[in-house]
Design a protein around this ligand. Structure first.
Ligand SMILES: C[S@@+](CC[C@H](N)C(=O)[O-])C[C@H]1O[C@@H](n2cnc3c(N)ncnc32)[C@H](O)[C@@H]1O
Length: 424
């Protein structure tokens, strides 16, 4: 049943700008900023979600994030000493999330760092690296930088596999864009011809120092728990997972937007250097919201409810490729909701942070569609609340390369999004 104040409203008006989800009460721990990540949500959402669920009588023992990204929910669940289950299709995401959630001994980190620096120094005569043969890497890095990065990577690989190795790989991953020609902060992969990439070793050492500082900050928090909460973070496609039985009380997540971010493309430097793939395009497979899906439009459209169908139908008139990608995205969003039903214990709560977009005058109302899916799948106590996104700048339009533009026929990005909740 929908929240009573919304019972008679049309789905798109089932929201209010209460301000409840707009701001957090504390500064985000540095640990949330150890690695850049596109479309990360604010950490306070998890804290507020737990309070919101508890106020409504949910006993929150384990939290999940089915699109865990760089581990914002994972880390917040740790700070609340709560068990966590998370998944993401992209291995770069789960690497960062695991590192944020893990505990480390400072002395062991310092010991391994000293080993890495010694091993790096021993490789000063390195003149060849297999990475030099990779055309894609040659596109982003000059030869000297590839050799320098190869020295650091080989030195990191002397650390035994496991969480300490992951820690240094995560540090390495976050220096790849600054040491390359990648246009800083761009959400589309593009070369900046005027960029002067930063030097590899100082960037790596600075990044490790920042991560150790972040760890100290988290471990110095008052009220350190006596019992350690458990965490499982898996790399995989949420749509294809089997869940034998329900296992979580609260899901806090934010799905990808349709055709806004190509995560596989954005993580290409890390996935190539860390050996997750030999061709980053392979990692697009299964990624929700990607424009590169082979979609079966007729099948997808059949699975849509009236809300989804209405949006796709309007888009079809202005851009068929976009309409097909949106139909696929909506079908995947419905599957996600069904997977959440399997994951949630009876009475458990789901919370999605989801935004809308507009394309060539057609509003892609993802929040409205999600609401309709929750209704169709039998959720109760459904609520939708608008929240302001503080970081959005004046013009809300983006061009095909993802840059802000004043062209009002381009893709519109709203300065607000929705927090949608419901109970099983
Ligand atoms: C909006 S981001 C989540 C960001 C996250 N809340 C954070 O703070 O880092 C959406 C994530 O969904 C992941 N994703 C896309 N398709 C997926 C799928 N089929 N299964 C699991 N994860 C997927 C992307 O890799 C991306 O990390």
């Amino acid at each position: 049943m929908l929240n009573s104040s919304f019972d008679t409203a049309s789905p798109s008006s089932m929201s209010n700008m209460s301000g409840r989800w707009d701001f957090g009460g504390e500064k985000e721990p540095l640990m949330h900023r150890i690695h850049a990540y596109p479309a990360k949500f604010p950490a306070f959402i998890t804290q507020k979600a737990v309070a919101h669920a508890r106020e409504r009588g949910v006993e929150v023992k384990r939290i999940a994030d089915v699109f865990c990204g760089c581990g914002t929910t994972a880390l917040e669940a740790k700070r609340l000493n709560t068990d966590f289950w998370g998944c993401d299709i992209n291995p770069v995401a789960t690497l960062i999330a695991r590192v944020k959630r893990n505990d480390y001994q400072k002395t062991r980190l310092e010991h391994y760092l000293a080993d890495i620096l010694r091993s790096y120094a021993r490789r000063h005569r390195l003149h060849y690296s297999p990475y030099l043969k990779d055309d894609r890497l040659n596109y982003w890095f000059d030869e000297g930088t590839i050799l320098e990065l190869s020295r650091v990577k080989a030195a990191i690989d002397t650390v035994p596999e496991g969480k300490y190795h992951d820690f240094f790989l995560c540090a390495f991953s976050n220096i790849l864009k600054p040491t390359s020609k990648w246009l800083t902060k761009s959400i589309k992969p593009q070369v900046d011809p005027d960029k002067k990439p930063v030097d590899v070793l100082p960037a790596f050492e600075g990044q490790v120092a920042l991560m150790i500082k972040a760890l100290n900050e988290v471990s110095e928090q008052p009220g350190k728990p006596t019992k350690k909460a458990a965490s499982i973070i898996v790399t995989g496609n949420i749509l294809e997972m089997d869940f034998a039985e329900p296992m979580v009380d609260l899901i806090v997540t934010s799905p990808p937007y349709v055709t806004s971010y190509e995560y596989a493309d954005l993580h290409q430097l890390s996935s190539l250097w860390l050996g997750y793939t030999d061709d980053y395009r392979k990692l697009r497979t299964g990624t929700m919201g990607s424009l590169y899906h082979d979609s079966d439009f007729n099948r997808d459209i059949k699975n849509l409810n009236a809300t989804g169908y209405g949006i796709v139908f309007q888009l079809y008139d202005v851009d068929r490729r976009k309409a097909k990608a949106t139909a696929r995205y909506f079908a995947d969003l419905l599957k996600t909701v069904r997977q959440c039903v399997k994951l949630l214990n009876p009475g458990g709560m789901l919370l999605f942070v989801i935004g809308n977009t507009e394309y060539k005058g057609v509003k892609i109302d993802n929040a409205d569609y999600l609401l309709s899916c929750l209704v169709d799948e039998g959720f109760c106590e459904i609520e939708s609340t608008k929240r302001a996104i503080s970081s959005k700048i004046l013009t809300p339009y983006r061009d095909a390369r993802g840059k802000f533009t004043t062209d009002t026929t381009s893709r519109k990005v709203y300065a607000e999004e929705f927090v949608v909740t419901g109970r099983c």
